[in-house]
Write a protein that binds this ligand. Structure first.
Ligand SMILES: *Cc1c(COP(=O)(O)O)cnc(C)c1O
Length: 433
C-alpha cells in the first residue's frame, strides 16, 4: 500500500520507505492511501478471538500487501506478549489497562511493533547496521530502547537531558546494554532534540552511518495502536456492553486517539470518542472555536500530555478533510487542571480502590462528566501509576506498590556516556562508532 504525506508536496511512497523515513520529505505525516473496511462477520464474532488474533486481522488490513503473512503474524504475536484487560472501575466505566508491557505504558505497543517491522526491512536489505537516534524527556526513550532491545541489525542511541528525567525513567534505558547506548546530554530536552535533528542533516555523518528515527509520528508506531481499540470492543461485547460505546483517550500528541479514529473507519462500532486534555488544551479550544492555535506547552502533573502543538492534528485534519463539523461529530473534548486531576485520583481511589495515574485520571473524569444514559465508557489507562510514584503518593497520602518489572529496572546498573550539547562533539563520537 502507498502512503501519502499530509502536506501533499511529495509523491506517495511504499511502506518500507515510510517506515525508514518516519517523516515525509515535505515535513508532512504519512497516511495510508486506503483505510480498509473489515467485514461485518469479523465484528460479529470478535469476542471469540484472542487479542493477538484480532490484532493480526487489523495489521493485515494495513500491512498485508507489504509483509508476508507469516512474518506479519510473528511480528504481531511477538509485539503483543502482554494483555490489555478492560477493568471495571465503576458502573459503566472501564479502564483499558495499557500498562502491562515491559515499560508499563501504552507506547510499548507501537515501539515493539516498529522495532520488529524495521528489523524485518533491514534484514531484507541485508547490508549495513541501521542506527536509531531518539531524543527523550523520559517515556519515549524507555519504550523505544526496550522495544528495540536485541533486534538484529539495529543499534539505538537514546539522548536524554542530564538530571531532567526521573530515576525510574533513567534506569529503563540506561541499564539495558547490548544494542542500546544511552547518551547523557549536559543540557535540556530541546538540546537533545536539536542534536538528533542536526545529525539527520549532516552529510558526512550520514555517509558514515545509516541513521533513522523512532519518532512517534512513524506509521509503524502509530497504526498498531489501533489494535487495542478492537480488543476493547471485544471485551465489552463479551460483557454485553458493546452498544453505545464511548472511548475516552488522554491525549498529548494525539497519536493514540487518531489510531482509534482509524479503527472506527475500519468499521469498529464506537459511538463517539472523547479527547481528554490537561491544561494544554489546544485541541479542546479547536473544538470550541474551529481555530487551531498552537502555543508553548505548560508543565502539568500529567506531563506526557504537555504538548502545545500536537503533531497528529495533521492526521485528524486530513482524515476529516478539514471539516470542523465532521471532527466535532465524532470527537468531543475535555480539559482538566492539576487540581482537578489530583481530586480525581484521590476520589476514585477512596471510593472504588482503583488507583489512576494522572493521565488516566483525565480520561476517567471526562467519562464521568460526559457519559449519557445507556452509554458505556472505556478510558485508556495509558501508564501504570507507579511510573508517577511521587505525584501519586503525595495525592493519596500513602505509599504504593511498585510492580516487579519496574523494581527490576531499579536494580540494574546505570551505564551512560556523558556528552555535551555541542553538535561537533556528538558528531565526533558517532564518527568513531
Ligand atoms: C505519550 C503519552 C500520552 C499521550 O499520548 P499521545 O498519543 O501523544 O496523545 C498519554 N499518557 C501517557 C502516559 C503517555 O506516555
Amino acid at each position: 500500500m502507498n502512503y501519502y504525506s499530509t502536506n501533499k508536496q511529495t509523491p506517495a511512497t511504499g511502506l518500507h520507505e515510510a517506515v525508514v523515513k518516519g517523516l515525509a520529505p515535505d515535513k508532512g505525516l504519512y497516511m495510508p492511501e486506503v483505510i480498509k473496511q473489515l467485514p461485518r462477520e469479523f465484528f460479529e464474532h470478535l469476542e471469540e478471538l484472542s487479542f493477538q488474533e484480532i490484532a493480526y486481522k487489523v495489521a493485515d488490513a494495513f500491512f498485508g500487501e507489504d509483509v508476508p503473512a507469516e512474518t506479519l503474524r510473528r511480528i504481531v504475536y511477538d509485539t503483543l506478549s502482554f494483555d490489555v484487560p478492560a477493568v471495571k472501575v465503576k458502573e459503566n466505566i472501564y479502564s483499558l489497562e495499557l500498562f502491562h508491557g515491559p515499560t508499563l505504558a501504552f507506547k510499548d505497543v507501537g515501539a515493539r511493533f516498529m522495532a520488529r517491522l524495521l528489523g524485518y526491512f533491514i534484514k531484507q536489505e541485508g547490508k549495513r547496521r541501521v542506527n536509531v537516534l531518539v531524543a527523550t524527556s523520559g517515556d519515549t526513550g524507555s519504550a523505544v530502547a526496550n522495544g528495540f532491545l536485541g533486534v538484529e541489525g539495529i543499534h539505538v542511541y537514546v539522548l536524554y537531558p542530564k538530571g531532567k528525567v526521573s530515576e525510574i525513567q533513567e534506569k529503563q534505558f540506561t541499564t539495558l546494554g547490548r544494542n542500546i547506548t544511552a547518551l547523557e546530554v549536559d543540557g535540556v530536552f530541546d538540546d537533545c532534540q536539536a542534536l538528533v535533528k542536526s545529525a539527520f542533516m549532516d552529510e558526512k555523518l550520514n555517509t558514515h552511518m545509516k541513521l533513522t528515527s523512532a519518532n512517534s509520528i512513524n506509521v509503524a508506531r502509530f497504526l498498531p495502536q489501533a489494535f487495542y481499540y478492537f480488543y476493547a470492543y471485544a471485551q465489552m461485547k463479551k460483557l454485553g456492553k458493546a452498544d453505545n460505546l464511548v472511548i475516552c483517550v488522554p491525549s498529548g500528541n494525539f497519536g493514540n486517539i487518531t489510531a482509534g479514529l482509524f479503527g472506527k473507519r475500519m468499521g469498529l462500532p464506537v459511538k463517539r470518542f472523547i479527547a481528554a486534555n490537561n491544561r494544554n488544551d489546544i485541541f479542546y479550544q479547536y473544538l470550541q472555536t474551529g481555530i487551531y492555535a498552537p502555543k508553548a506547552s505548560v508543565a502539568t502533573i500529567a506531563n506526557a500530555m504537555d504538548v502545545g502543538d500536537p503533531s497528529n492534528f495533521a492526521r485528524i485534519f486530513d482524515l476529516y478533510k478539514g471539516s470542523h463539523a465532521a471532527v466535532k461529530e465524532e470527537i468531543s473534548g475535555a480539559t482538566y487542571n492539576d487540581e482537578q486531576i489530583r481530586e480525581t485520583v484521590r476520589t476514585v481511589y477512596n471510593e472504588t480502590g482503583y488507583l489512576l495515574d494522572p493521565h488516566g485520571a483525565c480520561g476517567y473524569r471526562a467519562l464521568e462528566e460526559e457519559l449519557c444514559p445507556g452509554e458505556t465508557g472505556v478510558f485508556l489507562e495509558t501508564a501504570h501509576p507507579a511510573k508517577f510514584r511521587d505525584t501519586v503518593e503525595s495525592i493519596i497520602g500513602d505509599s504504593i506498590e511498585i510492580p516487579a518489572k519496574l523494581q527490576a529496572f531499579m536494580e540494574g546498573t546505570k551505564q551512560s556516556i556523558p556528552i555535551s550539547k555541542d553538535f561537533e562533539s556528538f558528531k565526533a563520537f558517532l564518527m568513531k562508532e
